[in-house]
Design a binder for this molecule. Structure first.
Ligand SMILES: *Cc1c(COP(=O)(O)O)cnc(C)c1O
Length: 441
């Protein structure tokens, strides 16, 4: 476990986050419970924001809100004066309801629905990232109907294979995302967009994947995007004024991962900015605005999940299962990607780990695990189990499988905890259920 000011073992031997004792949090709010450390996530937003502002000047950071979306996080992003990106009508609605300024919202998505495009235009979203011909057509017509010109970027695929899980690689030749720069698809799309009267093509976007640690992958993507920008200038006398490099910076989940302190993420941004400065100068391009879209690295390590240990089952010579009151409905990432996590017994956080166990959820699926071969002190029923680094892609991917309520989220700061997402009740889960009259007989 990597400790920090706001995540450590306290004098009682309990895990503490944001100044709040996890055992008391579990007591007060019950489990399962998502907990987010406000100071950490604000710090991450500031690191990105300030690095771009101080070392480049022209550009912005967007919080990729699919990593964790609820009204409070958009309110925090608004206070920190950064932008956000959204990938659906639902995320857009949440941002707008939170009072987030629409002009600082970027809208993504590889198959935006016509109604989502209309909704984005009605909200006055600043930039839409186009990812299909059908979308460009619909968007242009929808703008014409409104008598407006919409700023757009086009998503291109620079063809960089980042070293990460296949499901989170997004810029390989067979990706469903973007237009390839290698096979001429991107070039054709740009010609097409430049012919659209109601669209203003501001520049290019790429996003090479997620949970990437090698700076070189980002540098390579930047080099390719800038070479492409130069080519488009030559070909169409069109010079992109915005280059958006997406997100994807890696975070610490287990001892197998590199640990990067918040300030350390500056190095990724710097490597990108240096590449932009150098290569744009070399090609004689004007300095473009640089946009980045980190999601995971802003919220992942800010978040933990608290569970209560229930059943413990030892299968001799096979394994020991420690079951918790959550599972794939609050954290589907083991099921999806065999993701690894670090567990901590929050009520005995100073004790040494002494056995390898599988932490199982309560869902009716054998694959419903939080992890296998997790290193823990001898767990007992009633212990509070904390799983670290669950701030990203846990709550946002949660479901009501087995009609389990999605756990609430509390935001902690200086020892104070407040709900930012209230507990779901059984009635909430069944809210939209309808029994047609003919079934009532
Ligand atoms: C998912 C995504 C991001 C954020 O990726 P992280 O790995 O969470 O930083 C940024 N941009 C786009 C277009 C994405 O799809």
């Amino acid at each position: 476990m990597h400790t920090r000011d706001t995540l450590k073992v306290n004098a009682q031997g309990h895990l503490e986050i944001g100044g709040a004792d996890c055992v008391e949090l579990a007591d007060q709010f019950s489990t399962p419970l998502y907990v987010l450390d406000e100071q950490y996530l604000r710090k991450m937003m500031r690191v990105y924001r300030d690095t771009i502002a101080n070392e480049y000047g022209n550009g912005t950071v967007l919080y990729a809100s699919k990593a964790f979306s609820c009204k409070a996080i958009y309110a925090i992003a608004a206070q920190e004066k950064i932008g956000v990106d959204v990938v659906s009508g639902g995320e857009l609605y949440t941002a707008v309801e939170a009072g987030f300024p629409a002009e600082r919202i970027y809208m993504h998505g590889n198959n935006k629905l016509p109604e989502e495009i209309d909704y984005a235009l009605d909200c006055g979203v600043g930039t839409i990232v186009v990812d299909a011909y059908s979308e460009a057509d619909y968007l242009d017509e929808a703008c014409a109907r409104r008598g407006i010109v919409q700023t757009v970027l086009v998503r291109v695929n620079p063809g960089v294979e980042a070293h990460t899980h296949a499901y989170v690689q997004t810029a390989t030749p067979d990706s469903k995302f973007g237009f390839s720069v290698q096979d001429g698809a991107a070039e054709n799309m740009i010609a097409y967009l430049l012919g659209k009267k109601n669209l203003r093509l501001a520049g290019f976007h790429c996003h090479i994947g997620s949970q990437i640690f090698e700076k070189q992958s980002f540098v390579l993507a930047a080099q390719k995007l800038i070479a492409f920008t130069a080519k488009m200038k030559e070909k169409f006398a069109y010079e992109a004024s915005v280059l958006n490099f997406g997100g994807g910076f890696g975070v610490w989940y287990t001892v197998e991962d590199e640990k990067i302190e918040p300030e350390g993420y500056c190095d990724y941004v710097r490597a990108l900015l240096e590449t932009v400065k150098k290569d744009c100068a070399a090609y004689g391009l004007k300095k473009p605005a640089v946009v980045i879209e980190p999601g995971r690295s802003i919220v992942a390590e800010a978040g933990i999940t608290l569970y209560t240990v229930g059943a413990i089952k030892e299968i001799p010579n096979v394994r020991k299962y420690v079951a918790v009151d959550g599972g794939m409905f609050d954290n589907p990432r083991y099921c999806l990607y065999q993701s690894k996590y670090t567990p901590v017994l929050a009520n005995r956080a100073a004790e040494k780990a002494c056995e390898l166990v599988s932490v199982a959820g309560k869902c009716c699926e054998s694959g419903d695990l939080i992890g296998v071969n997790m290193n823990l002190p001898k767990a007992k029923t009633g212990d509070i189990l904390a799983v670290l680094t669950t701030g990203a892609y846990n709550y946002s991917m949660a479901s009501n499988y087995n009609r389990n309520p999605i756990p609430p989220v509390v935001l902690v700061k200086d020892g104070k905890a407040e709900y930012i997402v209230k507990p779901q009740t059984y009635a909430d889960i069944a809210r939209n259920d309808v029994v047609p009259d003919y079934l009532k007989r």
